[in-house]
Design a protein around this ligand. Structure first.
Ligand code: AMP
Ligand code: ZN
Length: 466
């Protein structure tokens, strides 16, 4: 399996730290509002990566945090006059509802930053002891220049960064020894949530969260660290510096970053009026359509969200649903075991399974994997009517398995009887009541000729399709 590694800028063969296991950390959302449609992209993409590893037999330890202490959460809490925890708890619940709607599996662990403060204090202490960090008036900074490899992920040269930073002075950060240094711990401000620490009351910086939570729930070296491409710098660069300076181990072997989702060709922004939450979109489209749409492009390509493109994803998904309906019908009502023709068609189906897997093994190319599913749908539609019951069951199981990797739910639709047949059944019941058995039998034969078989039971008339 090949993964494009942001660190080396090439596709590399995946070799896990522990055989048969994958430890994956995906940076999660800051919970101060409903998640937006851009946030949905990494959730769907990396959930699909996880599902593919599971399909290949790996045991996946999937960790994704909730950033539940942050300036934006505090701002919203002040506006509403409530506790910051009330805001974050509310939007964690809402985020989980959206995830369920998009069929994103719950992580093995969803740590919350506020529940991991002890671990963060411990890591910051180690960094100070190792001379990678220093405290000034209740603030702790990471000494960026103490980590010689700083910039290796984002391919930034530290001296260029220095030049860019020279004029920037952030208020409250006057004690910095070097403009490149970043905050690990910040002192309490009035009205803000705070925890006790060796440097006084305060709260952690954002980057330290992920270094601590991935170490605790996965280990010093994780297989895959993932998130949106905006996180490469400074967030992931800083995570590497903190973790490797603390643990003296490689932090993550593979770095995966999804490209951004744009709306009608423009960057999503509240001020431009093209900002949509997943909740808003769910009123217009089923979230299954949104999931399918997200996977219709490669995760490293920018994706444009427009009604036309979502409609086309909707039609594509409909084609799969229809093929599955037909397969289910033939698997239930067809007859016989595999014929020679069926066997030939199953060999063709296997070639498409190989094609699907080859696409996924090539840096999770879901676009090509979906193309293979469409080819299967075409093969199925042209062969299943003349194939045996066993053939239909085989094709159905394969399509269901491959759709499950993409997180596409193929719910069984309730089979509703056409109104004209329902009317005939009613007429037959009335005829029987009036002891007009000739008419009742004639109606039964007429229905049978049209493919509807009826049976009188104690609970009333039951029907099946021939
Ligand atoms: P945030 O809550 O802003 O930290 O974002 C949570 C996740 O969503 C991160 O992995 C971001 O990189 C990702 N993300 C945010 N906006 C977009 C977007 N427009 N397209 C794709 N991913 C995004
Ligand atoms: Zn993170």
């Amino acid at each position: 399996m090949k993964i494009f590694n942001t660190l080396t800028k090439q596709k590399e063969e995946f070799v896990p730290v522990n055989e048969g296991k994958v430890g994956m950390y995906v940076c999660g959302p800051t919970v101060y509002n409903y998640i937006h449609i851009g946030n949905a992209r990494p959730m769907i993409v990396f959930d699909t990566v996880r599902r593919y590893f599971e399909y290949k037999g790996y045991e996946v330890n999937y960790v994704s945090n909730f950033t539940d202490v942050d300036d934006k959460i505090i701002k919203k809490a002040i506006e509403e006059g409530v506790d910051a925890s009330e805001i974050s708890e509310r939007f964690i619940v809402e985020c989980k509802k959206d995830m369920e709607g998009m069929n994103v599996k719950p992580a093995t662990t969803h740590p919350k930053a506020t529940e991991e403060i002890g671990g963060m204090i411990k890591m910051i202490r180690t960094l100070i002891q190792k001379d990678h960090a220093y405290a000034v008036d209740g603030t702790v900074y990471f000494k960026t220049r103490s980590f010689p490899e700083y910039g290796k992920l984002s391919k930034k040269n530290i001296d260029d960064l220095e030049a860019g930073h020279r004029d920037i002075k952030v208020t409250g950060e006057d004690g910095k020894q070097d403009p490149l240094d970043f905050v690990l711990w910040k002192p309490k401000k009035e009205g803000e949530p705070a925890w006790g620490s060796p440097w006084g009351q305060g709260r952690p910086g954002w980057h330290i969260e992920c270094s601590v939570m991935s170490k605790k729930y996965i280990g010093d070296t994780i297989d895959i660290h993932a998130g949106g491409e905006d996180l490469i710098f400074p967030h992931h660069e800083n995570e590497i510096a903190q973790s490797e300076a603390c643990n003296d181990e490689t932090f993550a072997n593979y770095w995966m970053h999804n490209a951004f989702l744009n709306i009608d060709g423009e960057k999503m922004s509240k001020s431009a009026g093209n900002f949509f939450t997943v909740r808003e979109i769910s009123e217009k489209y089923p979230l299954q359509v949104i999931r399918f749409f997200m996977l219709s492009a490669h995760y490293r390509s920018p994706l444009n969200f427009s009604d036309t493109l979502v409609e086309s994803a909707k039609n594509g998904l409909e084609r799969i649903y229809n093929a599955v309906d037909l397969l289910r019908d033939r698997a239930a009502h067809g007859e016989g075991t595999l014929t020679d023709a069926d066997k030939e068609n199953l060999a063709k189906l296997q070639e498409l399974v190989d094609k699907y897997e080859a696409a996924m093994e090539d840096d999770f190319n879901t676009a090509d994997a979906i193309a293979a599913v469409f080819e299967m749908v075409k093969l199925s539609n042209t062969t299943v009517r003349t194939g045996s019951k066993e053939y239909a069951a085989n094709v159905l199981a394969t399509v269901e398995k491959l759709c499950d990797i993409l997180g596409i739910i193929l719910e069984e639709k309730e089979d509703v009887l056409e109104p004209e047949f329902a009317a005939l059944i009613e007429e037959r019941t009335a005829a029987k009541k009036a002891r007009d058995f000739a008419r009742a039998d004639a109606i039964r034969d007429e229905l049978a000729a049209k493919g509807i078989l009826i049976k009188d039971t104690r609970e009333g008339v039951k029907w099946t399709r021939a």
